[in-house]
Design a protein around this ligand. Structure first.
Ligand code: HAM
Length: 420
């Protein structure tokens, strides 16, 4: 008989991660803080499907963006439709507004969502193939005051989760009125350096020269520094918008830096763009990024409604959020013998009905073994039930920290563990 082939372990797909229970606690904490903060500013949660028609991202995220050109998880389903796992959330919300005519409802057009996104990029620290974003979007607010409010909300969020030292970068990428002149100047200038650029940037000179600023190749970055800046080509409307945006940031006393090469990697932006970066993150230094996109809805064939929003990378944020000690607070119920097992089940039910977390294991084990496990799990309380306790209808309550033990009734037990 030939030896059986060695079984190969199935592992998580490259660029994806399990969020294990101890980490999940931190995720929950941050998500709760974020949800309540977003609600404070009038946002409401919106949940859309994980996959959409590929066309949505081609049109929304943009044909010349790296996401659409190289990074989408696109597949053909059994019905022959081309579908894509969402690489970002913004186009999905715009689609949902149009599809459900949310702009005709009395509710504010402010939305948030936290969930997974998918991009087929080269995995490295801070860059994954399945990652999570907190996404926030406002529609139908042209006023630059909302641009500043959303930046201020992002700053408050970082403050609430105790992330320090993030730098706020802002820019304006103009609009359809001022960008053609800028593109022309940029293209003419870039053309002079064509041979020095990488192959990708050479292509970008012809397709969308703005994308040259996203290139990570050192030589290209060096040349990019000498290229014309969009900020010098803004039309009057965009210039006024940018100035007012900045004056509202000043009103909030938010410190920020104007970063003239912050064009962002997606095609839809108009006017304001911003990013929060942290030197503690390494090469992938953007915690969050966003901006205005006043043409997307119209380009989707929907109403002429402007939008602005940002998305924050959860994995990157969590790297910066300090760990908090959250000690376990459950009661471990130990039992010996069949009658005690049933009593333990009833006590667990009683405590849980009263909102007390408790834990019971059904495998028969000795008392010492059970107490050892309660200790290992970090339970602050142990309840011991044997035949005697069943008869007396009172139980041994053990403080697992001090080792102190006393006999209590069901009601006293509840009061003791509740007061802890
Ligand atoms: P984005 O800059 O592509 O913008 O992504 C936003 C954030 O998501 C980044 O700053 C980063 O923290 C995180 N992120 C992006 N890609 C990855 C990855 N592969 N692994 C881990 N984290 C990542 C958007 O997605 C726009 N939808 C933002 C927006 C909303 N603009 C307007 N509204």
């Amino acid at each position: 008989m030939s030896p059986s082939p060695k079984k190969r372990q199935i592992a998580a797909i490259k660029g994806t991660h399990d969020i294990l229970p101890r980490q999940a606690r931190k995720w929950q904490r941050v998500e709760e803080i974020a949800n309540s903060l977003f609600e404070l500013y009038g946002y409401r949660e919106i949940r859309t499907p994980i996959f959409e028609a590929t066309e949505l991202f081609q049109k929304g995220t943009g044909e010349t963006s790296d996401i659409v050109m190289k990074e989408m998880y696109t597949f053909v389903d059994k019905g022959g439709r081309s579908l894509t796992l969402r690489p970002e959330y913004t186009p999905s919300i715009a689609r949902a507004i149009i599809e459900h005519q949310l702009h005709l409802q009395p509710d504010p057009l402010r939305f948030y969502f936290i969930g997974p996104m998918f991009r087929y990029d080269k995995p490295q620290k801070g860059r994954y193939r399945q990652f999570h974003q907190m996404d926030v979007e406002v529609f139908n607010e042209k006023d630059p005051a909302v641009d500043a409010e959303i930046v201020e909300m992002a700053a408050r969020l970082l403050e609430r989760v105790k992330v320090k030292g993030a730098e706020v970068l802002v820019n304006s990428v103009g609009c359809r009125a001022c960008r053609p002149d800028y593109h022309l100047a940029l293209r003419q200038n870039a053309e002079k350096h064509r041979k020095e650029f990488c192959a990708d940037c050479q292509r970008k000179i012809d397709t969308n020269p703005l994308r040259i600023f996203d290139c990570k190749v050192a030589a290209c970055r060096e040349i990019a520094l000498g290229l014309p800046k969009i900020i010098d080509y803004l039309c009057e409307e965009c210039q006024v918008h940018f100035d007012q945006f900045r004056s509202y940031l000043d009103l909030y006393e938010l410190s920020y830096k104007v970063e003239p090469f912050l064009v962002r990697g997606l095609d839809y932006y108009t006017k304001t763009t911003f990013e929060f970066v942290s030197t503690e993150l390494g090469a992938q230094d953007a915690i969050l990024g966003g901006g205005r996109y006043d043409d997307m809805m119209k380009d989707f064939g929907g109403p002429d409604i402007c939008g602005i929003g940002f998305a924050l990378g959860m994995e990157r944020l969590l790297q910066l959020v300090p760990d908090e000690d959250s000690p376990e607070k459950f009661v471990y119920i130990a039992w010996m013998g069949d009658a005690a097992k049933k009593e333990a089940v009833l006590i667990a039910r009683f405590l849980r009905l009263q909102g007390v977390e408790c834990f019971i294991e059904y495998k028969s084990r000795g008392l010492g073994n059970q107490m050892g496990r309660a200790n290992k799990f970090g339970a602050p309380w142990g309840v011991i039930i044997g035949e005697d306790e069943v008869k007396k209808q009172s139980y041994q309550l053990k403080n697992m920290v001090t080792g102190e033990q006393k006999e209590v009734t069901r009601e006293k037990l509840l009061t003791a563990v509740r007061n802890d």
